[in-house]
Design a protein around this ligand. Structure first.
Ligand SMILES: [Zn+2]
Length: 479
């Protein structure tokens, strides 16, 4: 039996048995990625890239609707430039990749492969912003970045990944903070309404914020195994980079002032969330709004006269309505069913001789497995409606998981019990002392995920030290 003729898709490890192995099996077998030759790098295969493109397109559309322009900056940063903002270099130094040679020649100054581009934009803005008339500057770039991570996993943590990084300059703190909030809302919107991934919004603690930021806002999501994933961050940089790079402008009164800046990013890491929020033991489940193929036609008994013709006619008829494809290859229908379930295609359309006789098709949902017979004449109405139902059901299921595993802890016994019994987000009060945050991490490996905008007072005292609490924090073990 040839490789392409195998009857069944290879087995995926059950997520209850070994979640990490389940994840690896899914990304490999659904053909999202392959491993690159250099440890920790990945090849994003056509199906994985098609999903990423749909996410990218939604983000890009929203960036442009809010007045941002795309640009492209160099991959390389001279070491001296990276040194200019002290907190920034301290934060990134451990994972920077350095270029030391050009051909045979040793470089006079080491060059860093960008881990992020604040300093490059800083230098550019210093040269190109002079007056209040030059503001705001609202730039975004789609690019790759390199971070030399010690342990790596496809999408979640890889040496090189794809992302977008927004970098903006504003006249006032108010404007820059409004931008920081706006971009976080765009991330939340794309997560919730396209990826069907509910998120918690909030501010990072000082120790978890972006290196060089005044503060960092984040959207956090919850995976099947009860671990959190930081899904997008938006930073108010204050005037730190402006001072380091001397980015100033003349205001209306002729006064020289530093600009207020933001930066914000979402990366291919979000693919990890997509897999771990919706997937099951048969593979991926892709939410219809970002599925490269929303419906796959699988002809049944296609050797019978007229079946394939009818199936292709159906594809032609529906292709302007939904993203539809057909598998008319001579592989067995059972193989095709498994393959497209593995790939998480939201709806399968079965069409065989009996169906043709009855002028109907069978629609099979990937999320619930439900089958329904639909008259051919009603497909234009039913198919888009069913896709919306799948989309909503995926979101509802993910939200239910997030809510059902959300616990409250008033002391460390409750905190540890929650981590063991109902892994998910824990609401607990914090005194604001980084020492307590550090101790919690040491003892439980849970980290502060965010200080939610919507505060709730679950007790009066810090969950760790018992002193007077300042704020409520969401905690979780995280990727
Ligand atoms: Zn404390």
């Amino acid at each position: 039996m040839g490789k392409n003729n195998k009857q069944f898709v290879e087995k995926i490890t059950a997520m209850e048995d070994d979640f990490a192995q389940w994840y690896t099996d899914v990304v490999k077998q659904a053909e999202l990625v392959d491993y690159g030759t250099v440890r920790g790098t990945m090849i994003i295969r056509p199906y994985g890239f098609a999903i990423w493109e749909n996410i990218r397109d939604e983000l890009d559309k929203k960036f442009k609707e809010t007045g941002h322009s795309n640009v492209y900056f160099p991959l390389f940063i001279p070491e001296s430039m990276l040194q200019k903002e002290k907190d920034h270099i301290e934060g990134f130094a451990p994972e920077v990749a350095w270029v030391t040679h050009g051909g045979d020649e040793e470089l006079a100054e080491r060059i860093c492969v960008r881990p992020t581009s604040e300093v490059l934009f800083g230098e550019y803005y210093a040269k190109n912003i002079h007056s209040y008339r030059d503001l705001p500057k609202l730039y975004n770039q789609w690019s790759n970045v390199v971070r030399w991570e010690k342990t790596t996993r496809p999408f979640l943590r890889s040496l090189e990944f794809l992302w977008q990084e927004g970098h903006t300059s504003h006249a006032t703190r108010e404007d820059a903070e409004a931008e920081t909030n706006q971009m976080l809302e765009i991330y939340a919107d794309v997560c919730e309404n396209y990826l069907a991934v509910p998120v918690l919004r909030g501010k990072k603690t000082e120790s978890e914020k972006f290196a060089g930021a005044h503060y960092t806002l984040t959207v956090e999501s919850l995976m099947h195994d009860g671990k959190a994933l930081q899904s997008g961050t938006s930073h108010y940089l204050g005037t730190g980079f402006a001072e380091a790079f001397d980015i100033t402008y003349l205001d209306e009164n002729g006064e020289q002032k530093p600009v207020h800046q933001t930066s914000w990013g979402m990366s291919t890491r979000i693919m990890g969330a997509l897999i771990m929020v919706h997937g099951d033991n048969r593979g991926l489940i892709i939410p219809p709004r970002i599925a490269p193929t929303q419906a796959m036609i699988v002809p049944v008994a296609q050797h019978k006269e007229g079946v394939l013709d009818k199936a292709y006619d159906l594809r032609d008829r529906l292709q302007n309505l939904v993203w539809i494809d057909i598998d008319g290859s001579d592989k067995k229908p059972g193989w095709k069913f498994n393959e497209y379930e593995m790939k998480g295609i939201p709806i399968r359309i079965e069409l065989g001789p009996k169906d043709i006789e009855n002028e109907q098709v069978v629609l099979v949902r990937r999320d619930t497995g439900n089958k329904e017979f639909v008259q051919l004449s009603e497909l234009e109405e039913r198919l888009p409606a069913l896709l919306e139902e799948v989309q909503q059901n995926l979101y509802d299921g993910a939200l239910a998981h997030l809510e059902e595993t959300m616990t409250t802890a008033v002391d460390m016994d409750q905190f540890k019990q929650a981590l063991d019994e109902t892994p998910g987000f824990i609401k607990a009060m914090w005194c604001g002392d980084e020492a307590c945050e550090e101790k919690i991490k040491e003892e439980t490996s849970a980290t502060s995920r965010c200080i939610p905008f919507e505060q709730e007072k679950v007790s009066d005292s810090c969950v760790y030290c018992g002193r007077k609490a300042k704020e409520m924090v969401y905690w979780a073990r995280a990727y």
